[in-house]
Design a protein around this ligand. Structure first.
Ligand SMILES: NC(=O)c1ccc[n+]([C@@H]2O[C@H](COP(=O)([O-])OP(=O)(O)OC[C@H]3O[C@@H](n4cnc5c(N)ncnc54)[C@H](O)[C@@H]3O)[C@@H](O)[C@H]2O)c1
Length: 330
């Protein structure tokens, strides 16, 4: 397939590029490289990769990038609760308005498949044992709200009564991602606790009772490619949670796993007003319909981050480049 990946230089995006190329697809990236483009270095000269710098808010950039494409994986956005709070207008423009434009440009270019990166944080806080794709949504942040708005745009506005060619949309609600990536992020819980453990022998756990569904960046990328390659009838107009039932962890359990895997580091519980966001998610649907399952667990993520930090002498995990909320979104 000829695929466009928006946000292809990002933390998850570069894994998607790698997976698509490995599976024989032709890939184009559209990204404004907020965090640089080094993550694409290993693939830069690949004959099936085309890299375009541009902004998803600009219709010309989207239109140029969609030329001759059959499918779009839409990853670009302002990502995470703190980052979305930096400039709320920019968040609305990038995470919601640009989605509308993207859908219209998809129609103009007869795009067949559109896969969108949403988040399990749309479920917000819930006492339910397990949330599934039909559960009530309870967004507790602008980030989560912007994702719900985009889901609705993608599911409802892809239908075009004047065209024979219908876009087939799929929404993937990803758990909280962890693991090493060529665009590294240390503002995600597993990665941050690992960095603190390695450099400071300290694993501060705030509260700790709250649940999060976790999933490795590489596994998340595999899910996007799996959906793209699945029979259209199985995935069109579907929402799938992406993760693993066994990777629903309380933050205090994540702290313990990091402790067991980083010698000399100790969990320190910090009294804290409990994080309101707590949710356990069922991943049965993606497993039953596509037979998809995760390959990496938290221990794998901790090990690879530890190894990468040692090899590259990473001593400052607080650098701006590793955190999304430090960028002055315009
Ligand atoms: N990381 C997670 O825990 C997580 C969880 C659930 C969902 N997601 C979703 O997955 C997607 C990717 O997240 P990520 O962790 O890789 O984030 P990221 O910040 O590393 O990647 C986002 C990419 O989008 C690009 N981008 C931002 N604004 C743009 C614009 N206006 N035009 C073009 N490109 C732009 C950035 O340069 C970056 O390369 C996002 O949509 C995010 O909401 C991520």
């Amino acid at each position: 397939m000829r695929v466009l990946v928006t946000g292809g230089a990002g933390y998850i995006g570069n894994y998607i590029v790698e997976e698509l190329l490995e599976n024989g697809h032709d890939v184009r990236v559209l990204d404004n490289f907020l965090f640089g483009d080094d993550s694409l270095d290993p693939f830069r000269d690949h004959e099936r990769l085309d890299i375009q710098e541009g902004d998803i808010r600009h219709i010309e950039d989207l239109s140029y990038a969609m030329e001759d494409r059959e499918a779009v994986i839409h990853m670009a956005g302002i990502v995470g609760d703190p980052a979305c709070g930096v400039n709320e207008q920019a968040t609305q423009a990038v995470n919601v308005e640009a989605t509308k434009t993207l859908v219209e440009v998809c129609k103009l270019h007869d795009i067949q498949r559109l896969v969108f990166a949403s988040t399990c944080s749309v479920y917000g806080a819930s006492e339910l044992m397990e949330l599934n794709e039909g559960s009530y949504l309870n967004p507790l942040s602008l980030y989560a709200e912007s994702k719900i708005d985009s889901e609705e745009i993608i599911l409802h506005e892809t239908h075009d009564m004047f065209s024979d060619n219908e876009i087939s949309p799929t929404i993937l609600r990803l758990g909280t991602i962890f693991g090493w990536s060529r665009r590294m992020r240390f503002d995600l819980v597993v990665n941050l606790l690992t960095a603190k453990a390695v450099l400071e022998d300290d694993i501060p756990v705030y509260g700790g009772e709250q649940y999060r569904p976790l999933v490795h960046a590489h596994d998340a990328a595999r899910a996007f490619v799996e959906v793209l390659e699945a029979p259209q009838e199985a995935v069109e107009h579907q929402v799938f949670n992406v993760g693993d039932n066994d990777l629903n962890y309380q933050i205090k359990e994540v702290g313990r796993i990091v402790e067991e895997n980083v010698e000399g580091a100790e969990v320190r519980f910090v009294e804290h007003k409990e994080d309101e966001r707590t949710y356990r998610v069922s991943f049965d649907k993606i497993n039953h319909i596509l037979g998809w399952e995760t390959e990496r667990d938290i221990e794998d993520g901790v090990e690879e981050i530890k190894g990468w930090m040692a090899k590259n002498d990473i001593t400052d995990y607080e650098q701006d480049i590793y955190r999304n909320s430090t960028y002055p979104y315009m």
